[in-house]
Design a protein around this ligand. Sequence first.
Ligand code: 5PR
Length: 369
Amino acid sequence: MSGGGFAGLTAATALARMGWSVRVHERAPELRTEGAGIVVWNNSLQVIDKLGATHDLMSRSMTPPAYETRMNNVIQSQETLDGISWRTMTRSHLFETLLCAAREAGVQVLAGSEVAGATPDGKISFTNGDTAEADLIIGADGVGSAVRDSLEIPLKRERSRDGITRFLVPRRKAELQALEPDTEWDNVIDFWNLDPRVLRVLYTPANEDELYIALMSPAADADGSRVPIDLDLWTAVFPQLAPVLADAAKTPGKYYGYQTTRLESWTDGKVALIGDAAHAMCPALAQGAGAAMQNAWTLAVAATAAGAAEMPEALKEWERLERPFTDRVQDRSQQYADTRAMSQGNQFVGDSIETALYNPTDPNRHTVK
Ligand code: 5PR
């Protein structure tokens, strides 16, 4: 396994629990995650449950009362998402939960170990000159995947005009309540302003103490996308968020442009790609990590059912069955990012919740009902 992120740790834990001997190589000198907060849905919650990690995950996460959308501070919708399991948390909480599950399952996780590439017949090379062999190699090494690029798998990148800077800050619920007493500050609130200027703050409580805020602006807006953030600008547009914007302004921050990566193939011989290495997507439907964990699980099941000699065919069949779900959520997230249509509210209805509702652990999921 190359990559100790959400995709890599999930696949590694699943495989280890199914009897495999698994080694994860993470190039970073320390095991940790980038980013601030995250929303996870039924598709990945089902996988986390199979990994025996539900109790840990629940301990420091929450389900907000509603997913609210505002335009110019006027409420467009308050989606209670009845019948959909979803949870908000910090990215580090999800990461620690998965790392703990991996270690309990007997996965060997090596930090500071960088994979340079792999071959379809199962050879791995490392940047320090070492080599190794495996029955199955998984490239879960992110949007810049060295495993993918070493196989020269053709890919297409689609970039969007908008991007985002993410922060984890203290909740400051009492201060926010003092500014706007009628607001339910436990809700997720997607604050949009399109006119006269495109600026958006996605407010997501992650637990009792921590708040995830994501500040969106077009890449072409130099002041809107500046880091550290232009506090005067953001406070002028979102005065009701002044206390938490002030906290965000104290940290450096990093602006990420939205983009989608689509590969000609997710597999080559004994090598499979998952997560951002295979299917980086826009965050509009909050399914980047969810799709990664979903595909990590189904890959582990498919590989376990196959003998070593059948691995290449088994991986192809896994891609054929599972990839369409990810292709569709990539397209829908890209569509939302391009049109900014989630600013109208009622984002999580119809086709857009297909992935959130998907259960990758249901053995009958591909049989027609
Ligand atoms: N939803 C979530 C999110 O983190 C982002 C977006 C939507 C949960 C940003 O990362 O559209 O940018 C978005």
